[in-house]
Design a protein around this ligand. Sequence first.
Ligand code: MGD
Ligand code: MGD
Ligand code: SF4
Ligand code: MO
Length: 722
Amino acid sequence: MRETVTPTHCPYCALQCGMNLTPAPDGRGVVVSERTEFPVNRGALCGKGRTAPAVLAAGVRLTSPLVRDEGGALVPASWEEALGRVGRGLGGIRDTYGADAVGVFGGGGLTNEKAYALGKFARVALGTSQIDYNGRFCMSSAAAAGNLAFGLDRGLPFPLEDIPRTGCVILVGSNPAETMPPSLRYFTELRENGGTLIVVDPRRTKTAEHADLHLAPRPGTDLALALGLLHLVVAEGRTDEAYIRERTGGWEETRAAAMAHWPEYVERITGVPVPQLREAVRLFCEPEAAMVLTARGPEQQSKGTDTVGAWINLCLATGRAGRPLSGYGCLTGQGNGQGGREHGQKADQLPGYRKLTDPAARAHVAGVWGVDPDTLPGPGRSAYELLDALGTDIRALLLMGSNPVVSAPRAAHIEGRIRSLDFLAVCDVVLSETAALADVVLPVTQWAEETGTTTSLEGRVLLRRRAITPPEGVRSDLEVMHELAARLGRDGENLEKKFPTDPEEVFEELRRASAGGPADYSGITYRRLAEESGVFWPCPADASGPHPGTPRLFLDRFATGDGRARFVPVSHRAAAEEPDEAYPVLLTTGRVVAQYQSGAQTRRVDELNAAAPGPFVELHPRLAERIGVAEGEPVAVVSRRGRAVAPARITTAIRPDTVFMPFHWAGEGRANTLTNPALDPTSRMPEFKACAVRLEAVEAGQPTPTALQAAATAAYSVPPSP
Ligand SMILES: Nc1nc2c(c(=O)[nH]1)N[C@H]1C(S)=C(S)[C@@H](COP(=O)(O)OP(=O)(O)OC[C@H]3O[C@@H](n4cnc5c(=O)[nH]c(N)nc54)[C@H](O)[C@@H]3O)O[C@H]1N2
Ligand SMILES: Nc1nc2c(c(=O)[nH]1)N[C@H]1C(S)=C(S)[C@@H](COP(=O)(O)OP(=O)(O)OC[C@H]3O[C@@H](n4cnc5c(=O)[nH]c(N)nc54)[C@H](O)[C@@H]3O)O[C@H]1N2
Ligand code: SF4
Ligand SMILES: [Mo]
């Protein structure tokens, strides 16, 4: 028998590594093997991608719908019954309280087809404005800043393959050694080619170990850092005046703001010594070309948009955007983090990255959907605001592709809001902590069992292909929306006809809906995707022949009205919550290599649990000594939102005024019990990366808050400037 090899992509992060799948010999699940011809990862996979088939197994994943019985337990039920309950649950609330009493929450892991269908489902089948998704917690600040400065947001405006050929990369708050391991090679090759890598991270991460220069700012101070670098660029006469004149607007105001951020002042705010600031400027400005890449570190702040704006300003002032091998980029996170933000599951958005408030966009998309534009609701709330409104004016929620009980900021409060809903329906592949609270759980197919497209962090649209038949008892998210539409239509409306279940049919509609929009997919077909290693958007349909797609953006002009990039005038401001007597230490949060996000999937894989069995609190030996905690001992971290407990992991790789917790676990060690939902005014991004906490050794005596404050301040003293 000939083996059927299906080339496809990983279910997890935005690198979307290529992999080959073959049906497992025992007829259950798939076997993963190298797909060397896919250029981005050339066969390399991290442990998560390699072990992804474990989540396909019965016993690990859901194989039957679950409904809550009279005793309050979740019990297996038929699809007919489960769908009927969801139809009545959502429809009943809509009919009694109005469409906006029903919320929808999506995810950046959903394929383009699902994200598109979900946005349409909210606006057309439910008629609600209350839809948003977890991408708001991810790269929304970078997206907002990119739109402001360049007139367009595509995470990377160039392919990863450009990185090894530039002169210098500043990697800000990004830890690809753990979060996208196969991509590390681009940075090591950069150095082999004579380029330099600067890493900005409060921790000396595995990525920072590869850097020529590691700057370790206090969490929440990247805005000041970028302004300080810009100050030095101006003071040292390193601006590119011709470029500024020809390709940008708004320089004078930005220049003035930067001049107010003296290096010594910036050193005081950030803790980064002035000589290091000067060295960074030298490394960044000397080569012909250079890049700044940001990830969640500077973005997940209550000033994330301004912070990314400040890094973009640095690129613009030095002529390092919209030129070969130069530019600013954001390393998007989730499997379809890029496509998921383009096709309408965001509160203010229509497919093709169109604005819901734009009358022409409404008319175009309503035309594709066959509805009256006036029936389309306006923009709704952002993710945190939506979750915070559950149980108040939003009484029912349909959740697809997120696990907010673990991943939302101020999670204990959000968990309470979710519990206070009249009705919750969750579509998931596993019984996540959030699904466990649902009235109805609908089990859905997974990556290897279904076809669909994703758009990687490069803006490269890719085809994921079905490799095996899903088990009896699960259905695809598209089928769920189709069936629910049938139950939500009024007066024999046949609403389900608007929600096809074949992914290619949905993609064909998405092509038309996106045509002419900023993220134009109209020239992309499944057939092309099957033949090529992906196609970069924008790729408009072209009568004269297939459009090649656009790997590199902005080389001739930016996507603004006049083609010029815009400097964004910004100045430093503090984090929403700074350490004080009662909460003297800064907490920041993030990821470890062997777990993914809320852990809903990866915590079900033995090999990954062996590598990363549980939460921990990373802290500096000096801080550990002050609170009297030894390696591995439990330490309580307390913020104004709550208390979490996890074993201490003591290391000199973190600033002594900061502790770090990964957010992959539920229960006592849930980092998001602590985090601050202070929102960025533009992107509505919560401040996952900085909040004030105090530490307590769980068994030893409790130190006084004042002693802790002293410890935190004394432990980190800024080295004197020369
Ligand atoms: N293993 C694994 N890989 C993943 C994921 C996962 O959950 N697990 N998730 C995927 C997703 S959705 C995303 S968004 C990406 C995220 O990818 P990354 O952004 O690389 O991940 P994080 O660990 O959240 O944050 C990166 C770094 O920011 C640092 N940091 C914290 N506070 C600050 C600050 O104030 N300033 C600066 N400059 N740095 C700071 C942290 O110390 C951390 O090392 O990873 C993707 N890949
Ligand atoms: N403290 C702190 N919190 C954070 C962050 C941080 O850095 N620090 N990072 C934030 C970021 S960047 C992100 S992206 C979020 C992510 O946090 P979540 O939104 O919770 O992300 P996941 O854990 O990936 O949840 C996805 C859920 O959908 C399910 N799922 C997977 N594929 C599908 C599918 O195709 N269909 C359906 N219906 N379900 C599916 C999975 O099993 C899982 O239960 O967390 C945010 N929270
Ligand atoms: S780096 Fe990301 S896409 Fe690649 S194998 Fe790991 S999780 Fe999957
Ligand atoms: Mo993310």
